[in-house]
Design a protein around this ligand. Structure first.
Ligand code: COA
Length: 204
């Protein structure tokens, strides 16, 4: 069978995922989306609700949903159905040979992941972001476009590091945090919530 991929989520993230999939050799792509009014996405069919995946069991799967809670739910539903969840890594990402990347993770164009970093399942390492040496990125975390993590940063599960944010070396950020766009994190974050500014402070 030719390389075939089901992408769940026909929004912006799904579009970029399809682009990577084509670049790495997928020939057939279909989307599923809960929004029945979307019929087509970047030239590929959108087939309906994400639960309707039974007949595509032999295809690869990728969950392209920005919301980490929802992304995790769908990911777990696919795992229960024993679907094969794949990671999509853009050929123009720069990834050290010693990096570990879980399944269902997207690494977008221009991202740099340096030596001995560990990236979990269902993560998004977005366009032109960087994750430096020895970082540990928890499952379903999102390092947004242009965000930079210095060496040995730990990011907890489902945390979102906003666009252009910077995290200083050796910092630990717990799970379920939102670090706002452009924030600079220079102290550990131990309490879930929203953090913005330079240096970052908790707002919610
Ligand atoms: C931090 C964030 C989550 C706050 O969102 P929100 O709760 O809806 O907040 P609001 O937009 O209502 O803004 C509340 C206040 O915080 C300020 N603010 C919002 N985001 C800010 C940021 N990143 N840095 C500094 N100030 C910010 C707003 O200007 C506003 O100030 P005001 O009350 O003086 O007018 C959001 O602004 C953000 O930065 N999201 C990241 C988006 C991103 O990175 N996308 C990338 C996709 S790849």
């Amino acid at each position: 069978m030719s390389k075939a991929l089901v992408i769940i989520g026909a929004g912006g993230h799904g579009k970029v995922a399809a682009d990577i999939a084509l670049k790495i050799g997928y020939e057939n792509i279909v989307f599923f989306d809960n929004n029945d009014s979307i019929k087509e996405c970047v030239g590929f069919p959108v087939l309906g609700k994400s639960e309707m995946t039974e007949k595509y069991k032999l295809w690869d799967f990728f969950v392209a949903i920005g919301n980490a809670v929802r992304r995790k739910e769908i990911f777990e539903m696919l795992e229960e159905k024993e679907c094969r969840i794949v990671s999509l890594i853009h050929p123009n990402a720069v990834i050290s040979r010693r990096v570990k990347i879980g399944k269902g993770t997207a690494v977008m164009a221009g991202a740099v992941i340096n030596t001995d970093a560990v990236i979990g399942d269902g993560c998004i390492i977005n366009t032109a972001s960087s994750v430096d040496h020895d970082c540990v990125i928890g499952d379903f975390a999102h390092i947004a476009v242009g965000a930079h993590l210095a060496g040995a940063v730990h990011v907890g599960q489902k945390t979102w590091i906003g666009a252009g944010a910077t995290v200083s070396n050796n910092i630990r950020i717990c799970g379920e945090c939102m670090v706002g766009a452009g924030a600079v994190v220079v102290k550990n974050i131990d309490e879930k919530g929203t953090y913005i500014g330079v240096p970052s402070v908790k707002t919610k």
